[in-house]
Structure formats: structure tokens, C-alpha cells
Design a protein around this ligand. Structure first.
Ligand SMILES: Cc1ncc(C[n+]2csc(CCOP(=O)(O)OP(=O)(O)O)c2C)c(N)n1
Ligand SMILES: [Mg+2]
Length: 635
């Protein structure tokens, strides 16, 4: 079959499916693209032909910024539990490198996304093409080599003959839960347009079976022995548990054994917030109750977690001298962390097997009830923060509370950076496993609105509430135009606090006096950035993009605006609610710590005292290298 490399790529992608639990899904549901000379005549032409032939084959979507389109694709993939995703095609040069941040985000969060950056001429006949890097010592290196460290699979299709192997390799990694992340196929612009005779079977319908890997019996037995010997076990539920759709199994396991559940950012929603064994968030942004359980836990059962420093409070969260880790993970790499006993398996398959292996065993009733007490205690604190009545400007916790109250249980709250991830982690009452979407692997300012578009595309039956700070909004709000164009309903709550509440308070706690974290005029008197608040009007900015905008100044007005937004038509496009909050009104403490090194020498008193506090906290940091299996530790 004679087609160009680009036409063959599009035709191939349209024929790929995943299957898990007997249900099939399209693997690549569509393709975002921004065209330039590096893809307009290749992939652009191929997408056009496909759209004219069959609009459902590989639907094309336009974006405003290449980074934004990757965020949308990542949001989509996360919402679909990694069984479906989107492709992104860019031109060469800046269009391509704009996707590098999105690639890193996808890889770090273990979410599949297919990137197709254009590349320089394979033949080099017209070198240097516009936007070519030209390294004098290495002509075969292009800007796209920047994708290598942030992709789980990278290939460059220098020759048409390479395409089938590149495509098959790419699909394998996208659909392997242990390896998935950004998958990049760099496409030289001349090769995209080159014709070739392809074997017809390249375009056959192909199903990629996503495994539910079962645990090795010996590993399962070792894990069960460690858990049976535990007195104070704790589950740390991570994102892998949700992607595996293992939340019902987790609930049954927890109820049978009485082991309480603490959640990472990606794992929040593993249990509903009001389950008596739900301790909620753990770690640096955790609840004091979960952190109390973590401090004394003798066995930590990590499920689908990569143990980021926020989860482990920079390795201060677990203080029992003999603490052991049992790590259920599809990736051996994560399973081995903290010298843990790895159970390399799908979360659901492993939990089912562990439930059976531990039948009849349970923690003492008093331990169960201590968890229920911690849950109830914390929920009373949450209720207080939702109704803080802060004046004259509301506290951000009240904004979170209003969104929580007005949203339906299956709706999605979305955020990524600033002071909101920490507050949401501890305060959001999650009612559905997919109701909480905080990107905290890469914590990328600018993810929020773009990913909101992707999440809504993936789940048109849920309302998506995008919480975004003014700093993140200023970094990347342009995908609002994509939402306008596609009539995608997202409800954006823009929290205006004139700068970085998050880094401001971090800076203050580290002795750096909030330096450079407020959006202020340069003052004529001091010559510093400590003048008046800037006259920016982000509500007007959003309105200028075609967004329906509502300005509110009280929490009651916010609630009313949220209700109206909730009632707005599904095809009415984006709505943005602008609210100003007090950046100094914080949230309750987590009784935890995060390692951010403070200057060892400083002229400032504030820095010197922060350093003293840093050294004190640092003493609680542990290497966590003790053996975790019963044989080794008893020997
Ligand atoms: C792309 C990017 N640049 C820098 C940072 C570091 N950073 C984390 S939070 C933050 C400020 C966020 O400001 P805003 O969105 O207004 O939220 P607020 O802190 O006010 O809640 C910065 C600069 C980041 N996470 N992402
Ligand atoms: Mg801000």
C-alpha cells in the first residue's frame, strides 16, 4: 500500500486499541496539532486526508501552545486510567521543544502520551533548515534530542523502513503500565512526506492487552508473612492503585484486615473521605492523623506509589526504628524503594491475592477505632476551614469548601501548583476515585486549564472544576481559547492573590522574607519590587478570549456563581469565576516537614534562625535501608 510516512502513521494510529478486563478502548482517540513547516505538509496533510475520509478515524484538535496540548493529552490519559490517550504533532524547533515540559510531566507521572515533533531534513539537502540547531561537532543531534531524558521511548524515523518498528515499539511502551510515560517519535520533515510501499498488515486492527500481572507466589507469601507479623500496619495508596481500578478491592482488603489507608496526591480518592479507615493525605501536606499513624507504623504497605518526598516528608514520615516496607507496584523500580519487599504486580490482582492470603487475620479492634477517630477528628477540622469566615477577603480554604459543596460527587477538581495542591490534599472531601486530579509529580504551573480541557474531553459526563492561581494563569491560560473553540465546558475558579502565596510562605519559613514572590510595582522610593499591587485584571483577560466570566467577592457569591456554572449547558464553553483571596490566610498544619535546604551562612537573621530550625528538623531524616522480609530482619 503506497502512502507517505505521515499517512501511514495516521492510518496505523487509528487502528490501535487497548484491552483490559475484556473491555476494548481506542488507544489514540485523537490528535492535537499546531502546524509549521515541520509538519504542515506531512502529518498535517495526512490528518486532513483522514478527516475528509472518516472524521472519526483520528479526530484533529487545535491548540494554542504545544505545551498546553501535551497537558491536555496527559489529563485525558489520566482520566482514562491510561487505557486511552491522544497524540500531539508539532512543527520543528520551538514548536517541538515547547512539548519537552509536557513530556517530562507525562513521564514523571507515569502517564502515556504520544508526541510527534517534526525534525530537520533527513537528507540534509537544504541545511540548515529554518530553526535547525546545527551543533558543529554533531550534525545528527537536533533539538529533539532534548526529549530523550524525558521520554520512556524515543526514536527518530530517519528512513521510511524504520517506521513499523518505531510505531510498534511506541505502542508497546504506551500500553505497558510499568514503562509508560511520554513516547516520542521524531519525524524529519522530508521523511514525513516521502512515499513508500507498506505491507497492508501494518494497518490491521491491533489490540494491546494491558496486563493485570499477578504476584509471584513466593513474593506474595513473603509479603503476607510480613503483614501478619505487623502490629501497626499502614497502607500508602498511590496513583497506580487508581489507574488499576483497584479502589473497591482496596476497600474490601482494608475492611477485612482493618489496615488504615493514607493517600498520596495521585492516590487521593482511593477511599471515600468518610470511610472510617480513611486517614486521608499523608506526608508533607498530609493530615496530622495520617502522619501520626505513619510515624509509628511498623509495616508500610505502599500500593502504586513512587514515594515522592512529599509522601515520605523527605524521609521523616516513618519513625519506627524497625519499619519495613511492602511495595506493591507494576514497576520493579518503585517496588524496590526503601529497601522494600517488592510485590511486582497489578494493584488489583495483588490486593485480591493478599486478601486471600491474610484471610482471618486482622489488626486489633483498638487500632481500627483509632483510625476512625482520626478520620472524624480531621473532618471536623475540615468543616472549620470550609467555614472560616475570614475577612475582609475570604481564605482560600473557603473557596475549596465552596467548590466541594457545589460539585457533584463524580465531578472533578483539578489543580497542579501553588498553595492549592497542599490545601486540597488535606482538605478536599473526595467522593469518587476520579474526582481528584492534582498533578503533583511535576507540579507544573500552567497545567491546570490545558489539562482541564483534556479531562473534560475524556469525561464529558462530569463537570470539571479547574482551580488556578493567578501565577499559574499568567503562565499559561491560552487553552481557554481551545475550550471556547470546541465548546468545552470547564469551570475555572481563578484565585487572585497577587503573586505566589505558596512560595511566599515557603520563603518566609526558610528565612528569605517572601523575596520576589508578590506581584508588585517597582517602588520609586526603595527601588525594589515592594510598591503597589499591579493593576492586572485577569477576569477581563479571560473575557477577552471569549470566556463567560463572573466576578465574585464573597463566599456566598462564589457559591451562587458555582451553582449557576454547574447548571450551565454542557456545550456552552468555559466559564471563569474570578475571586480574590487573602494570601496570608493559611490552612491547618500537617505536623510534618519538607526538606528544602537553607543557607548555611547568611548575613540575615531570618535566614540564620531558619537554618537552625532546618538543622533540628534534619535530624529526623532516615535512610530507610533496613531489610524488609521476615527472614532477613529476624536473622
Ligand atoms: C512552571 C513552574 N515554574 C515554577 C514553579 C515553582 N512554583 C511553585 S508554586 C509557584 C507559585 C504559584 O503561584 P500561583 O499560581 O499564584 O499560586 P499561589 O501560590 O498564589 O497559590 C511557583 C513559582 C512551578 N511549580 N512550575
Ligand atoms: Mg497566586
Amino acid at each position: 500500500m503506497r502512502l507517505t510516512v505521515a499517512q501511514a502513521t495516521v492510518r496505523f494510529l487509528a487502528a490501535q486499541f487497548t484491552e483490559r478486563d475484556g473491555v476494548e478502548h481506542r488507544l489514540i482517540e485523537g490528535c492535537f496539532g499546531i502546524f509549521g513547516h515541520g509538519n504542515v505538509a506531512g502529518l498535517g496533510q495526512a490528518l486532513l486526508e483522514a478527516e475528509l475520509d472518516d472524521p472519526a478515524a483520528l479526530p484533529y484538535h487545535q491548540a494554542r501552545n504545544e505545551q498546553g496540548m501535551v497537558h491536555a493529552a496527559v489529563g485525558y490519559a489520566r482520566m482514562r486510567n491510561r487505557l486511552s490517550t491522544l497524540a500531539c504533532t508539532s512543527s520543528i524547533g520551538p514548536g517541538a521543544t515547547n512539548m519537552v515540559t509536557g513530556a517530562a510531566l507525562a513521564t514523571i507521572n507515569r502517564l502515556p502520551v504520544l508526541l510527534l515533533p517534526g525534525d530537520v531534513f533527513a537528507t540534509r539537502v537544504a541545511d540548515p533548515v529554518l530553526q535547525q540547531l546545527e551543533l558543529p561537532h554533531a550534525p545528527d543531534v537536533t533539538v529533539n534530542d532534548a526529549f530523550r531524558p524525558v521520554s520512556r521511548f524515543f526514536d527518530r524515523v530517519w528512513r521510511p523502513e524504520q517506521l513499523p518498528a518505531a510505531l510498534l515499539g511506541a505502542m508497546r511502551v504506551l500500553t505497558d503500565p510499568a514503562e509508560t510515560g511520554a513516547v516520542t517519535l521524531a519525524m524529519p520533515q522530508d521523511v514525513q512526506a516521502e512515499g513508500y510501499d507498506w505491507p497492508a498488515e501494518l494497518f490491521a486492527r491491533r489490540v494491546w492487552h494491558v496486563p493485570r500481572t499477578v504476584p509471584e507466589p513466593a513474593a506474595l507469601a513473603r509479603a503476607a508473612a510480613v503483614i501478619r507479623a505487623a502490629e501497626r500496619p499502614l497502607i500508602v495508596a498511590g496513583g497506580g492503585l487508581i489507574y488499576s481500578e483497584a479502589t473497591d478491592t482496596l476497600r474490601a482488603f482494608a475492611e477485612a484486615t482493618g489496615i488504615p489507608v493514607a493517600e498520596t496526591q495521585a492516590g487521593k480518592g482511593s477511599l471515600p473521605y468518610d470511610h472510617p479507615l480513611a486517614l486521608g493525605a499523608v506526608g508533607a501536606t498530609g493530615t496530622p492523623g495520617a502522619n501520626r499513624f505513619a510515624r509509628s507504623a511498623d509495616v508500610v504497605i505502599g500500593i502504586g506509589t513512587r514515594y515522592s518526598d512529599f509522601t515520605t516528608a523527605s524521609r521523616t514520615a516513618f519513625q519506627d526504628p524497625g519499619v519495613r516496607f511492602v511495595n506493591v507496584n507494576v514497576a520493579a523500580f518503585d517496588g524496590a524503594k526503601h529497601a522494600g519487599l517488592p510485590v511486582v504486580a497489578d494493584a488489583r490482582a495483588a490486593l485480591e491475592a493478599l486478601t486471600e492470603a491474610l484471610a482471618g487475620w486482622s489488626v486489633p479492634a483498638s487500632y481500627r477505632s483509632a483510625a476512625a477517630e482520626a478520620n472524624a477528628e480531621w473532618d471536623a477540622v475540615v468543616a472549620g476551614t470550609y467555614a472560616a469566615g475570614h475577612e475582609p477577603l475570604p481564605a482560600q480554604t473557603e473557596v475549596i469548601g465552596a467548590v466541594n459543596e457545589v460539585s457533584a460527587p463524580r465531578d472533578v477538581v483539578l489543580n497542579a501548583a501553588g498553595s492549592m495542591p497542599g490545601e486540597l490534599h488535606k482538605l478536599w472531601r473526595t467522593r469518587d476515585p476520579k474526582g481528584y486530579h492534582v498533578e503533583y509529580g511535576y507540579s507544573t504551573m500552567g497545567y491546570e486549564i490545558a489539562a482541564g480541557v483534556g479531562v473534560r474531553m475524556a469525561a464529558p459526563d462530569r463537570d470539571v472544576f479547574v482551580l488556578v492561581g493567578d501565577g499559574s494563569y499568567l503562565m499559561m491560560a491560552q487553552e481557554l481559547v481551545t475550550a471556547v473553540q470546541e465548546r468545552i465546558k470547564i469551570v475555572v475558579v481563578l484565585v487572585q492573590n497577587h503573586g505566589f502565596a505558596s512560595i511566599g510562605s515557603l520563603s518566609e519559613s526558610l528565612g528569605s522574607q517572601r523575596f520576589g514572590t508578590a506581584y508588585r510595582y517597582r517602588s520609586g522610593e526603595s527601588g525594589r519590587l515592594d510598591g503597589d499591587v499591579l493593576p492586572v485584571d485577569l477576569a477581563a483577560n479571560a473575557a477577552s478570549l471569549g470566556v463567560t466570566v463572573v466576578r465574585v467577592s464573597t463566599v456566598d457569591e462564589l457559591r451562587a456563581a458555582l451553582r449557576d456554572a454547574k447548571a450551565a449547558p454542557a456545550d456552552g464553553g468555559p466559564i471563569l469565576i474570578h475571586v480574590e483571596t487573602d494570601p496570608l490566610a493559611g490552612a491547618p498544619d500537617s505536623d510534618s516537614w519538607w526538606d528544602v535546604p537553607v543557607s548555611e551562612t547568611a548575613a540575615l537573621d531570618t535566614t540564620r534562625s531558619a537554618r537552625a530550625e532546618y538543622e533540628r528538623q534534619k535530624k529526623a531524616q532516615r535512610p530507610l535501608v533496613g531489610p524488609s522480609s521476615t527472614e532477613e530482619s529476624d536473622a
